[in-house]
Design a protein around this ligand. Structure first.
Ligand code: FEO
Length: 389
């Protein structure tokens, strides 16, 4: 078991069998459900774990407690991957108090049939739970990404328990880059709530933090400015990197050919980075991540039943739901008799905030022709021209 310090111990669990988190996000390297114990005069357990891992987690808790009873369960988030075992823990330790805010207890009543009248400690912004040497300061983080979310800052060791914040997909024993999977996690799960994340970052800017203990992924204890800076960029919806995402939706491969040719043209014209994704086959969550990562995007879609081809429509709906903004977009449509997807995609982008749409919408009639390539060269010039941003 991982010791954050002599008093703060990791008791979470890896779930290697989880391959579709929230029943929608591919997790090829599983996920961890993090939970911690703080040992002091009073003992606090920081969150429970998903019911898929009840028994492993309970064993971890028993081992660390070594016969002691916990005094508190601090609930920072009520989504099931962290709250599933609240009733089990309350049943096992009847003298333990449950610590949460008003919203937390409303949700506990929704998820469980539990009588916590004598066992609830209701906290609000700025309240402190005194464990002895360790003192937990509560920081409310509403809608990051649920209404009851709260962080805890332990002042003696300067540890921030950050709920889902700074979390990533992948088990703790996965050796992989933090940024890529944390970014995919952030934009898909928390992305809609950038303004709320900004509020929390403001509150954190007054604190000295030495360690971040999230509810998923590794404990962060070095170079914390890097992670906080990433969260600042992501939650302000500003592009992180100079590059073009080409997202395409192709029925029989003709639109795919256009997308690949577009990538070739952009590379020839010196684009710093070109990423291409097949929305019908590739990971949708990664396409969303890349849309937010780069400052430019070209969408290419077939027309289907006079509408946008479904996987493209789904992609654009996701972007809309996650407040996609502040980017430059080029549009290519394809259709064999009545191309219409371009107009419809344009209408979606026009409703988003601060999206610069390239002037010429390119229409392909079934297959790419010489004149289309000339149009694509022009589109590449326009989208790569930073002055137009
Ligand atoms: Fe990890 Fe929002 O639950």
């Amino acid at each position: 078991m991982n010791k954050i310090s002599e008093s703060i111990i990791y008791v979470g669990v890896d779930d290697k069998e989880m391959n579709l988190f929230e029943n929608q996000y591919n997790t090829p390297n599983g996920i961890s459900y993090n939970s911690y114990v703080i040992l002091d005069e009073k003992v606090a357990i920081m969150d429970t774990v998903d019911k898929r891992k009840t028994s492993d987690w309970m064993k971890n808790i028993e081992k660390i407690l070594d016969g002691k009873e916990p005094d508190y369960l601090v609930v920072s988030h009520m989504e099931s991957d962290h709250s599933d075992n609240i009733a089990n823990l309350v049943a096992k330790y009847p003298n333990m108090k449950v610590v949460g805010n008003l919203q937390t207890f409303k949700m506990i009543a929704q998820f469980f049939d539990l009588d916590l009248k004598e066992k609830s400690i209701i906290v609000k912004e700025g309240d402190v739970l005194d464990l002895g040497i360790h003192k937990l300061h509560f920081i409310m983080a509403p809608m990051v990404h649920w209404p009851e979310v709260m962080l805890s800052y332990e002042e003696s060791e300067k540890v921030l328990f950050s709920a889902d914040g700074f979390g990533k997909f992948g088990t703790l024993d996965t050796q992989e880059d933090w940024t890529c999977e944390a970014r995919r996690y952030y934009f898909n799960i928390v992305g809609k709530y950038g303004t709320n994340v900004q509020c929390v970052l403001k509150k954190l800017s007054n604190l000295e933090v030495k360690t971040i203990c999230p509810l998923h992924g590794p404990i962060l204890s070095e170079n914390l400015e890097y992670y906080i800076n990433k969260y600042d960029i992501w939650s302000r919806y500003i592009p992180e990197d100079d590059g073009v995402l080409i997202a395409y939706a192709s029925i029989h491969g003709n639109t795919e050919n256009v997308a690949k040719k577009m990538a070739e043209i952009l590379n020839q014209k010196g684009a710093k980075k070109v990423v291409i994704t097949d929305l019908a086959k590739d990971d949708m969550a990664e396409a969303i991540e890349d849309a937010f990562r780069y400052d430019k995007m070209i969408v290419a879609s077939s027309t289907y039943n006079m509408e946008i081809f479904p996987c493209m429509e789904q992609f654009l709906n996701h972007l809309k739901g996650k407040n996609y903004q502040n980017r430059k977009v080029g549009i290519i449509e394809n259709g064999s008799w009545a191309p219409n997807s371009g107009k419809l995609m344009k209408e979606i982008f026009e409703k988003m905030k601060n999206i610069t749409i390239c002037k010429d919408l390119i229409t392909i009639k079934s297959t790419m022709k010489e004149n289309n390539i000339i149009q694509m060269e022009k589109l590449a010039d326009e989208i790569l021209d930073k002055e137009c941003l």
